[in-house]
Design a protein around this ligand. Structure first.
Ligand code: GAP
Length: 475
């Protein structure tokens, strides 16, 4: 199975070295599967968020956004099925006491096999998971002699279910009634607000509600950097449709979401759809959009046909009607829902992996190389770097004037230290698409050198044109 662990490790190191991602509370040796975004990471993340938000809300007249609280009434999670069903089959190694998610354990084993053999094991696992056949899963692990990476033994407990929700106490009294959960998905904040938004926004089915926010899952085997975290962010949209039209809308959103990914200029061969074998408790159809990460093809986004499951459940548990009167057909109904759900952190990881390139620029005369982050200009943390050629002759002042003009419109960076070549390399490493050098000629004819990150080509352009050149590439 083709993975490139070295490249993945290099990307993780690069993310730390250049202020994209840090381990949470690193000075205390970190907290497993929890990460902080640094000065460039937080900009990149915000740009991805804005790109999604704009494409979902501003560009769709029938989709609006909300921002619901992380804490919700505990009955929400009973109604949604998460209290009873949001669990994964786990197995413990009796010698090391290490706990594994069964599918992750088998997947890791399959990756060590030749492709055909690995796929056969995965197909067997999928079948057993679909049937909830826990004894069968244990037998598969034992038959294949899959061992624990810590103890090296195959001394396993039975397979058991383990709920992934974090809980905490509301108020000062510790009793069962005050136990609340940190939401494991943002979707439920949308479902419980369905009527609020529909009525106050005078929304007509079909319409959507979008939301970006934190979600929390007590992932047992949290690994692979920010791919699987315990605290992460989701960008979700629930699209409410007339019952009977869900198949059509499911196909439409599948297509539209793939187009969103491709609109960022990514090579289409790096994406694929993967239908779910085992459907979540709320879905009648589901597909993942997978990306070819250095660690293999993995899920970035899910599109789920959630039926009327959630609204009906909330109706039953809250005893409040969650229905819509469709004036076109003179009927009251509980709408069906198509959900698009993408992990913001996973999209961040995708963007970083897709952008990262190590280039050998050596010539017969001189050894040279660079690491360049080829971010789409729209997403790049810094859009324009401005360098005075020297620290004197009024060049810094002229460069600062350009920064002051442009910073109202996009993020700029000013730097006067080191050679221009070194300054270019630093900007390449954080993915700045445009660098401008102000030199002595600028004072004579009002032109500057603009250097393009990907081609490394340089040209002279009027200083007064710089802002528009950059704006035309990032809008
Ligand atoms: N509301 C549906 C839902 O939550 P999901 O497939 O469990 O569906 C949706 O999650 C997306 O959230 C995934 O495609 C993934 O991008 C992201 N995601 C889920 N768990 C994650 C985790 N532990 N760390 C980072 N991202 C995660």
């Amino acid at each position: 199975m083709s993975t490139d662990q070295n490249k993945f490790q290099a990307i993780i190191s690069h993310c730390k070295e250049y202020g994209f991602v840090f381990q949470s509370s690193e000075i205390y040796d970190g907290l497993s599967a929890v990460y902080d975004y640094g000065q460039y990471g937080s900009e990149l993340k915000k740009n991805i968020k804005d790109y999604w938000w704009k494409s979902m809300t501003q560009l769709h007249e029938n989709i609006v956004g909300i921002d619901a609280a992380i804490f919700m009434h505990p009955t929400t999670w009973k109604a949604s099925g998460h209290v009873d069903n949001f669990s994964d089959p786990m197995i413990d190694n009796k010698d090391s006491k290490k706990r594994y998610r069964v599918d992750h354990l088998i997947e890791a084993y399959a990756e060590t096999l030749p492709e055909a053999e690995g796929n056969a094991v995965l197909a067997q696992m999928d079948e057993l998971l679909k049937e909830n056949d826990f004894a069968g899963l244990k037998t598969l692990i034992e038959e294949k002699k899959i061992s624990c990476s810590v103890s090296g033994t195959s001394n396993w407990t039975d397979v058991r279910q383990f709920n992934l929700m974090f809980s905490t106490q509301l108020g000062s009294v510790t009793d069962e009634a005050s136990e609340i959960y940190l939401r494991p998905e943002t979707a439920q904040g949308i479902f419980v607000n369905f009527l609020n938004v529909q009525k106050t926004g005078r929304m007509k089915v079909p319409f959507g509600i979008a939301q970006i926010g934190k979600a929390f899952r007590n992932e047992i085997v949290a690994r692979q950097f920010i791919f699987r975290m315990r605290e992460f962010e989701q960008m979700e949209m629930q699209f409410f449709v007339r019952p009977g039209t869900q198949k059509e809308w499911y196909e439409k959103w599948k297509e539209e979401r793939m187009q969103w990914h491709l609109s960022l200029g990514t090579d289409p061969s790096k994406y694929r759809f993967k239908d779910h074998v085992k459907l979540a408790h709320y879905a009648d159809a589901a597909v993942d959009i997978e990306f070819d990460f250095p660690i293999g093809f993995k899920e970035v986004e899910g599109i789920h046909s959630r039926t009327d499951f959630d609204l009906k459940q909330h109706q039953e548990y809250s005893k409040k009607k969650l229905q819509y009167f469709d004036t076109e057909i003179n009927q009251n109904y509980v709408p069906y829902v198509i959900e698009t759900s993408i992990g913001l952190d996973r999209m961040f990881l995708l963007t970083v992996c897709n952008a990262y390139e190590e280039q050998d620029l050596s010539t017969p005369e001189k050894a040279d190389s660079r690491v360049v982050m080829k971010f789409p200009a729209k997403l790049a943390p810094i859009k324009l770097a401005v360098f005075p050629l020297t620290k004197k002759d009024g060049l810094p002042e002229a460069a600062q004037l350009l920064v002051n003009e442009c910073k109202q419109y996009f993020h700029c960076y000013y730097e006067e230290k080191d050679s221009i070549g070194k300054r270019y390399r630093r900007q390449d490493a954080i993915g700045t698409p445009f660098c401008v050098t102000v030199d002595h000629q600028t004072k004579e004819d009002g032109t500057v050198t603009i250097r393009y990150r990907d081609s490394m080509e340089q040209e002279r352009v009027p200083l007064t044109e710089v802002k528009n050149i950059v704006l035309s590439k990032i809008m």
